[in-house]
Design a protein around this ligand. Structure first.
Ligand SMILES: C=C(O[C@@H]1C=C(C(=O)O)C=C[C@H]1O)C(=O)O
Length: 330
């Protein structure tokens, strides 16, 4: 391949249907762990005489969402074709060209992990091989390689490059460090892959990252009332976190100012902050933002005055707990 060809950027985005879900358009999905959108299992992890069929049946029983299955060998493929919604090509299989060809030939969506030592070129070439088999439904999963600190962490720059170069949806495998969920969504992950054994706390942090960081960083074009309402709910979740944080900060200012509360209201400062916000919200503009911010400011002032008369009844940081927890565990 010439160096010019290697630099080709595919701008066309491929969205992959997985059961009733779409990966690569709309919100990022959570794969694995409690409350996930998608379940996944590896038949390589089977223990104690449990058959592949029993393992897949148990995965199906977990919920209504799609199920992804990693085969333990080519022998599992007929069962996967019959019972699963997609196939996982684990890092260990990535270079097994016969298996990759057979997997692609099933026609199911393929979740293609990068081997820790594989370059971007090598990884994308394998996605290309699936396309050559007539299967374009490839989702790329980046889980990292050997890291200086021991545990693998996804290379988010590589994940981003894979998305930009191939157009295929990308997942961040958070295995060893679920606290990277927010960073992965901000870097453009179309999904977060958790270990099936992930705990409630990590699963909740992943869902919150999808909702709140996704609302701030991910453009969506919903095409139904239901999808648009779900998108609005995510934006409202982000707004709630920011409003709670704002009220807390405004309360701090009331305590620090010589004259706080409604008595210390500063109309000039309020006008300036509305004008500044209008630069980022030009469609709403100053005229529409002013009454919104007036209500927000007054809510903060009422809260500050209530706290002044009953100082210890505070619940102001409860709403930010999930993302706060995530950050504090770094
Ligand atoms: C927070 C302050 O006090 C009041 C509340 C404001 C706010 O919530 O943004 C702005 C100006 C003041 O009317 C402040 O002076 O900055």
């Amino acid at each position: 391949m010439s160096s010019t060809a290697q630099c080709t950027v595919h701008t066309e985005r491929v969205a992959v249907r997985l059961g009733a879900l779409t990966i690569g358009a709309g919100p990022a999905v959570v794969i694995g762990g409690p409350g996930a959108d998608v379940h996944w299992i590896s038949l390589r992890d089977r223990r104690g005489g449990v058959s592949s069929a029993e393992s897949v049946a148990a995965a199906r029983a977990w919920g209504a969402g799609p199920v992804l299955v990693e085969p333990s060998s080519e022998e599992d493929l007929p069962l996967i074709a019959e019972r699963a919604d997609g196939v996982v090509v684990g890092a260990a299989w990535m270079r097994a060209s016969g298996l990759v060809r057979a997997v692609a030939g099933l026609g199911l969506p393929v979740l293609l992990h990068r081997h820790p030592s594989a370059t971007l070129e090598e990884w994308l070439a394998i996605a290309g091989r699936c396309a050559a088999e007539g299967n374009d439904g490839v989702v790329l999963c980046e889980s990292g390689g050997r890291a200086p600190l021991g545990a693998a962490a996804p290379d988010l720059a590589l994940m981003r490059a894979a998305r930009g170069r191939s157009g295929h949806p990308v997942l961040a495998g958070l295995g060893a460090d679920p606290a990277l969920a927010s960073a992965a969504v901000a870097a453009g992950a179309d999904g977060l892959l958790l270990d099936p054994s992930a705990g409630e706390r990590d699963a909740l942090a992943a869902r919150e990252a999808v909702r709140i960081v996704g609302a701030l960083t991910r453009r969506e074009s919903p095409d139904s009332v239901v999808a648009a309402r779900e998108a609005i709910d995510r934006v409202d979740a982000a707004l709630a976190v920011l409003l709670e944080r704002r009220a807390e900060l405004a309360g701090t200012i009331q305590r620090l100012k010589p004259v706080g509360g409604f008595a210390g209201r500063d109309a000039d400062r309020e006008r300036r902050l509305v004008a500044e916000m209008a630069r980022r919200a030009p469609v709403l503009g100053e005229a529409r933002l002013a009454p919104i911010m007036n209500a927000v400011i007054e809510a903060g002032l009422h809260l500050a005055e209530e706290h002044r008369s009953a100082p210890r009844s505070r619940g102001a940081d409860r709403g930010t707990e999930t993302l706060g927890t995530e950050a504090s565990r770094e």
